[in-house]
Design a protein around this ligand. Structure first.
Ligand SMILES: C[S@@+](CC[C@H](N)C(=O)[O-])C[C@H]1O[C@@H](n2cnc3c(N)ncnc32)[C@H](O)[C@@H]1O
Length: 188
């Protein structure tokens, strides 16, 4: 019998999605390789999902974390990652996600754009496919992605604040910079 795919959420907080194993920082800490060794042992995950966590690390920590996750991902597997988008045009959004911002953003270390987040993952060996992002001219872009492959709540697809946008009636509300990061096949 084929085992069920191992699909793991990192820094899940209160989020729960069918088919995904939620983990908290104490179980899988992106800055502590020993937690990955203890949790996954000799296994590699089929997929990782990580929403609004990478911005809590410095760029150097984020690069190290990308290399760690790469090691524990199967060849051909995917890390889907979402962070606040530094090119989102709404000043109210930018106030909420700012570095050292209010409330849960108090420990935000970086505000990424597509141009600055992509190399965090390519330097680790990932092939990066952007799914949702704003460009520097404040135009919103999105690929045709499937939430079943990894739901990101703060997205055009799912966030309740984007209902009017999905209906073609207004601008996007709360979106994220979302990437699929693929580990090439043929890599250990
Ligand atoms: C803003 S919350 C996001 C929670 C959830 N993913 C969501 O989208 O609602 C940030 C999460 O990042 C986690 N986190 C921060 N640093 C981390 C690290 N080094 N490794 C793993 N998780 C971390 C926190 O524990 C927290 O759950």
């Amino acid at each position: 019998m084929t085992p069920a795919p191992l699909r793991v959420m990192i820094g899940a907080g209160e989020q729960r999605w069918d088919g995904w194993t939620p983990t908290q920082q104490a179980e899988l800490d992106l800055l502590e390789p020993a937690t990955f060794a203890a949790f996954l042992r000799d296994r590699q995950a089929d997929a990782f999902l990580c929403e609004h966590v990478w911005e809590h690390l410095t760029v150097q920590e984020g690069e190290r974390a990308a290399r760690l996750v790469y090691t524990y991902l199967k060849p051909g597997g995917r890390l889907r990652v979402a962070v606040p988008d530094g090119n989102h045009p709404d000043p109210a959004y930018q106030a909420v996600v700012a570095v050292n911002g209010p409330g849960p953003a108090h420990d935000h270390r970086v505000l990424y754009t597509l141009e600055t987040l992509t190399p965090v993952f390519t330097q680790a060996g990932f092939t990066v496919q952007p799914l949702e992002w704003w460009d520097a001219d404040h135009t919103f872009h999105h690929a045709d992605w499937d939430v079943l492959d990894g739901p990101i709540y703060r997205s055009r697809h799912l966030d309740h604040r984007n209902a009017a946008f999905r209906a073609g009636l207004g601008a996007p509300g709360f979106t994220s910079l979302i990437l699929d990061c693929w580990k090439p096949t043929g890599q250990a």
